[in-house]
Design a protein around this ligand. Structure first.
Ligand code: NAD
Length: 294
């Protein structure tokens, strides 16, 4: 895997200034990871309370590193200045690479990407952290699709080493190279994958969530399923993982997968995950999902 991403190394332009769009679970995590490894990042959202939450999350993660003696308090304060919260595209002109991490909705993402493209330089690389939406589909909203690819992190960003770098039909080698280089600078392991709904990991993960949903609908106790999957050797079971991912994100991502692979992913009626979502049991983000959180 490393070898494959390695072929792009020579083409990488420096990535010194970055930005993330969306200060949610993923945007906050991406901002923390970039800042902690020393790459400055603008964190943009449309809501100031979302920015506050993103910053709170980053501060919490830095605090844990101080407790573990990985950083001193002074280092933490210095690294925190790498995150610059904003509600506008004012400072985007000199950004080398943008990670879009807004809600998993193709229309919203297409609108946000078209909007940010107008505020950045000609050579700025635009990436999307979409879980499932095809990069070729999102590229249609852009005037410079050659500068665009997927940069798919996993949750929680600070703990998950893998980053899928998704190459669209029009993506240039330079865009892939810069994205691979930035992922490495963030301490991650990038893999370059081709474009399709769900890419690589979510084509495996979402059928698994679907299988779990069937079990629950047929009367299985979700806590027992989680325990069994832990004994099977996975770090957490599917119910807990869905709480981490967020039921809203899981439902929206599954819709994209069902559209892309109707014969395998589309289902009649509501899934247990949809029922959870409709009952506002979103998971850890609102402290109630399959489990309750403080
Ligand atoms: P989230 O709901 O926690 O955060 C989304 C944020 O986007 C919110 O703060 C919202 O205010 C903001 N936003 C909405 N419209 C915006 C706009 N026009 N400009 C700027 N900000 C805007 O969602 P999340 O879980 O962080 O997911 C974000 C993206 O990352 C989605 O595409 C999701 O599929 C993907 N992703 C999620 C996970 C996961 O486990 N949650 C994992 C990998 C990838």
């Amino acid at each position: 895997v490393k070898k494959k991403a390695g072929k792009y190394e020579k083409l990488a332009r420096p990535v010194e200034q970055t930005a993330v769009l969306g200060a949610g679970i993923m945007g906050g995590g991406i901002a923390y990871q970039s800042a902690s490894k020393g790459t400055p990042i603008l964190m943009k959202d449309i809501k100031s309370d979302a920015i506050e939450l993103g910053l709170k999350e980053a501060r919490k993660l830095f605090g844990k590193q101080v407790e573990r003696k990985k950083f001193t308090v002074e280092e933490m304060a210095q690294k925190l200045t790498n995150i610059r919260p904003t509600l506008s595209y004012g400072d985007f002109e000199n950004v080398d690479l943008v990670v879009e991490a807004v809600v998993e909705n193709p229309k919203v993402k297409a609108g946000v990407l078209a909007e940010v493209e107008k505020s950045v330089g000609e050579n700025t690389i635009l990436t999307s952290n979409t879980s499932t939406i095809s990069i070729n589909r999102l590229a249609q909203s852009l005037e410079r699709p050659q500068n665009f690819c997927g940069m798919h992190f996993f949750n929680p960003v600070h703990r998950m080493p893998l980053v899928e770098v998704i190459r669209g039909e029009k993506t240039s080698d330079e865009a892939v190279a810069a994205t691979v280089a930035y992922a490495r600078a963030m301490g991650k392991t990038p893999i370059v994958v081709n474009d399709c709904p769900g890419f690589l990991v979510n084509r495996v993960l979402f059928p698994y969530f679907g299988g779990f949903s069937f079990l629950v609908e047929q009367g299985a106790d979700f806590q027992r399923v989680d325990k069994v999957m832990e004994k099977f050797g996975w770090p957490m079971g599917p119910a807990y993982l869905l709480d981490v991912v967020g039921m809203d994100t899981a439902v929206h991502a599954n819709e994209v997968m069902a559209e892309g692979f109707p014969e395998r992913m589309a289902r009649e009626g509501k899934t247990a995950i949809q029922v959870m979502y409709e009952n506002d049991r979103l998971g850890q983000k609102n402290a109630k999902g399959f489990y309750a959180y403080e």
